[in-house]
Every structure is written in structure tokens, then in C-alpha cells.
Design a protein around this ligand. Structure first.
Ligand SMILES: *[C@@H]1O[C@H](CO)[C@@H](O)[C@H](O)[C@H]1NC(C)=O
Ligand SMILES: *[C@@H]1O[C@H](CO)[C@@H](O)[C@H](O)[C@H]1NC(C)=O
Ligand SMILES: *[C@@H]1O[C@H](CO)[C@@H](O)[C@H](O)[C@H]1NC(C)=O
Length: 418
């Protein structure tokens, strides 16, 4: 059992790339129960690093403050001698402000933040990590799939194969650009708590930074908010990231659930609940996400809001994205498992159609891309795509305040969507 870390002793290169798949993680299905229990325990031990401080969040989460150099990323053999980059060498919004990384700052507390903050903060030189529970793992279809998306969930507008889309059960309402080299993307998204009909469904709103064809080697970096009962055990709206370099097969995961993303920020926990949430006809709360490629080191950085540089995905994780992205997408995705043979009532965005507009529909505003000169600019030639506009729709626009924006979402099942 303990040999799953044998990869770090220099097995085949292929294995090195599959660090997320410890031998403990391979094919739990069909094994004797006692063995599976041991596998789960071993996997939990790998994921949950010893904490210097632990904070209990009102939503039931346990946040472990783990020393920055003890995070899971450094179990990766390619990162054994890695020197952590404590700041990006380049920021597309101009002069880089040191205070964005980790310094606790009382001025920030008024802004949208994470629920666990009400019960404490992580000390300097630690990062907050949402502790994985045994139940989290047992909800997954297998140990191997825990923390991973199912295959082929990326909308591919240009060659949308209706059969494939409907078969996979994933539905999208997105805006996108392609045909250029992109070095990042930004958006401000308002945050909602869409209802999920079945625990195995989810609803998310995110941006995708895509490289390669839509084949087996698709590279993707993703970030946004999601409601996923399977992944988290509740209906809370949570900040998430995802990455893969092989179309969701062996590499990559949500948040910090495998070696990959290197976090430097002590205030924001991946996978933690976002607070507060927008109300229908009430106050609107939005989050900003910026992902960009550092032209010097090649790493892909992520910033949350104006203040929090979270960390980076090292360039070596990727093939196409080691150079640049070929497509950017922004928007919503839900799983439609067609319970009872009918369309799911799982909501996307606010659960209301774009027509309802501000205060009622979900939006992405000031969507931007980082161009070949490393400048943030409004994207040109934005397209929109949805599989079934009678279930979830998207409408884009442009104005002075919001730049390039769109409203998206819908209720799912209705008289017009069965
Ligand atoms: C890390 O450093 C050690 C000692 O210098 C060296 O033997 C090893 O090959 C290095 N590992 C990597 C992945 O560069
Ligand atoms: C998916 O299936 C639905 C219902 O069967 C159908 O109305 C819709 O047109 C299909 N989507 C696409 C993109 O063909
Ligand atoms: C999530 O919401 C659904 C209804 O939308 C409810 O049936 C379910 O019990 C909720 N799950 C949890 C864990 O609260």
C-alpha cells in the first residue's frame, strides 16, 4: 500500500505525470471492502497535510492552515526542488502590488469573502486548505475519479455534435472567442445559489482557458463558482478551480485535490463557500477572476477579486498551454441527468433567463482576454452557444460600464423544456 509514492523514486516518466493516481487510487471498484477502507484512509492522509492551525467554518467545513511548503503540489516529483514564486514577474493590470499576495489587511474585510473568515485567519506562511473528509471521497464514483470532472464536458461550439452533447448530459450557455493566441482571461461574475435537483448533478459558472484541439489532449484551466453536492456534500456556492492536460482523463483535478496548483495566498481557500450571495430582485454580489500567463516564467497565475493573488499552475503541467491558449470560454454549465426521463430542474446561474436582466439574471461583465502583447482588452468577435435555449440561454452585449458582457442561465425544466 505504502508504495503508491514509489512514483517519487523515479518510475517511468508517464507515471510521474500521473501523480494524482497513487496506486491506492486505482480502481477501488471491485476490491474487498477492507482494502478499500485502507485505500480511502491512505488517500486522505496524502490529501490532508498536517495543519499548524485549524479553523471550523459555520458551514461545517474544516479549514487547515498548512505550511506553504508542505502543500500537496510538492509531492509532485517535478516540484521536489521547486522554488516557490512568491509573486508573478508580470501582471497584466500593470504595477504589481505586493499586498495582493498574503498580507492580512483589515480594509479588505468589507468585501465579498469566504464564510470561514468569520471564525479566524491563517497565520503567515501557511495556506488555507479545505479538509477532505471520508464522506467526500465515498461520494465519488471511485477513488480514482474523486476530485475530477467527468470526461468531455467542454462545449465545443464550432463542431457541436448534437448527439455527443445530449449524450453527455452536460448543458451550457456560454460566450467564447477563438482564432487567436490568448495569454489569459478575466471576468466579473455575480454569485447565486442555483437549486440542484439530483445530488449527482451540478451547476457552475466559470471561465475556461483552452489549448489544443478538442481531442484526448485538450488542455484546460478553469475557475469560477459552483454548487456540487457530490463534490462537497452540500448545496453551498463555492469558489473552485480546475485543470487538465488530457481532456479530464488522468491529469488534473478540482482545487488542491491533486499535485499541480501552487498556492501562495493565506486568505482564500479553494473550494470554500463564497459569501454573500446575490438575491433575486435584491443586492447583487459579484466576484472577479483573472488568469494570466507570466511571460517570463511561463506559469499561469490566478487572481481572485482585486486583492488576492492565489498562486499558479506551473507551465510544465501543460502541453499546448505551455505556449498559449487557443480559445477562451465564459459561462454556465449544468448536468442534466434526466431524472424520471424528463429534463432536470437544476438551475443555471440565478435560475432565470437572460431577458430578465440586472438584479434577476446571472451575468458575466467586463469579460476580457490577455492578448499577444500581454495586454488585457475586450475580446473581439465574441460568439455565444447553448444546446437548448429553451432550457438555458445566453445573450451578450456591450456598453461603456460593463464593456463586453452577457446574461445567461435559466430554470431547466419548464413547460418549454421537458
Ligand atoms: C533535486 O535535487 C537533487 C539534489 O540536487 C537531485 O538529485 C534531483 O535530481 C533533483 N530533482 C529534480 C526533479 O530536479
Ligand atoms: C438535445 O436533445 C433535445 C431533446 O431531445 C433536443 O430538443 C435538442 O435539439 C438536442 N440538442 C441539440 C444541440 O441537438
Ligand atoms: C440540496 O438541495 C436539494 C433540493 O434543491 C435538497 O433535496 C437536498 O437535500 C439538499 N442537499 C443538502 C445536502 O442539503
Amino acid at each position: 500500500m505504502a508504495t503508491q509514492l514509489g512514483v517519487s523514486h523515479g518510475l517511468a516518466t508517464l507515471l510521474l505525470l500521473l501523480i494524482c493516481l497513487s496506486s491506492a487510487a486505482v480502481a477501488a471498484a471491485g476490491r474487498p471492502v477492507a482494502r478499500q477502507r485502507l485505500d480511502v484512509r491512505t488517500h486522505l492522509k496524502r490529501l490532508n497535510k498536517p495543519a499548524l492551525k485549524t479553523i471550523k467554518s459555520p458551514d461545517g467545513d474544516i479549514i487547515d492552515c498548512v505550511h506553504i511548503s508542505h502543500q500537496l503540489a510538492f509531492d509532485h516529483p517535478f516540484l521536489q526542488n521547486h522554488t516557490i514564486q512568491m509573486r508573478p514577474s508580470f501582471h497584466p493590470e500593470g504595477v504589481y502590488d505586493e499586498s495582493k499576495v498574503a498580507k492580512p489587511d483589515s480594509n479588505k474585510q468589507q468585501k465579498i469573502t469566504q464564510l470561514w473568515h468569520v471564525n479566524g485567519k491563517c497565520p503567515e506562511n501557511t495556506i488555507p486548505i479545505r479538509r477532505t473528509s471520508k464522506d467526500d471521497i465515498l461520494r465519488a464514483s471511485s477513488l480514482k475519479r474523486f476530485g475530477k470532472k467527468k470526461h468531455r464536458t467542454i462545449p465545443h461550439p464550432m463542431s457541436a455534435d448534437p448527439d455527443l452533447i445530449n449524450e453527455s448530459g452536460h448543458q451550457h450557455a456560454i460566450a467564447y472567442v477563438e482564432g487567436d493566441k490568448y495569454y489569459g482571461a478575466k471576468a466579473t461574475i455575480n454569485v447565486w445559489d442555483p437549486k440542484i435537483q439530483q445530488p449527482n448533478e451540478f451547476s457552475l459558472s466559470q471561465l475556461w482557458i483552452l489549448g489544443g484541439s478538442f481531442g484526448e489532449d485538450l488542455n484546460s484551466i478553469e475557475a469560477g463558482w459552483q454548487v456540487s453536492p457530490d463534490l462537497y456534500g452540500d448545496n453551498n456556492t463555492r469558489l473552485f478551480t480546475y485543470w487538465t492536460s488530457d481532456a479530464y482523463q488522468a491529469t488534473g483535478c478540482y482545487n488542491l485535490l491533486c499535485s499541480g496548483f501552487i498556492q501562495i495566498n493565506s486568505e482564500i481557500a479553494m473550494g470554500a463557500s463564497i459569501f454573500p450571495i446575490s438575491g433575486y430582485g435584491g443586492s447583487q454580489y459579484d466576484i472577479s477572476i483573472l488568469v494570466w500567463k507570466d511571460p517570463k516564467e511561463g506559469n499561469w497565475w490566478m487572481q481572485f477579486g482585486n486583492d488576492y493573488v492565489l498562486g499558479y499552475w506551473p507551465s510544465f503541467l501543460f502541453s499546448y498551454l505551455a505556449d498559449s491558449a487557443s480559445m477562451i470560454e465564459w459561462g454556465g454549465e449544468v448536468v442534466n441527468s434526466e431524472p424520471d426521463g424528463q429534463h432536470t430542474s437544476t438551475q443555471m446561474g440565478s435560475g432565470h433567463f437572460p431577458e430578465e436582466g440586472f438584479g434577476k439574471a446571472s451575468y458575466f461583465r467586463n469579460i476580457q482576454v490577455v492578448d499577444e502583447s500581454n495586454n488585457l482588452r475586450s475580446p473581439k468577435g465574441v460568439g455565444t452557444f447553448t444546446e437548448q435555449s429553451n432550457c438555458y440561454d445566453v445573450q451578450n452585449g456591450n456598453n461603456g460600464d460593463w464593456g463586453s458582457y452577457f446574461y445567461y442561465g435559466g430554470p431547466g425544466k419548464s413547460p418549454n423544456c421537458q
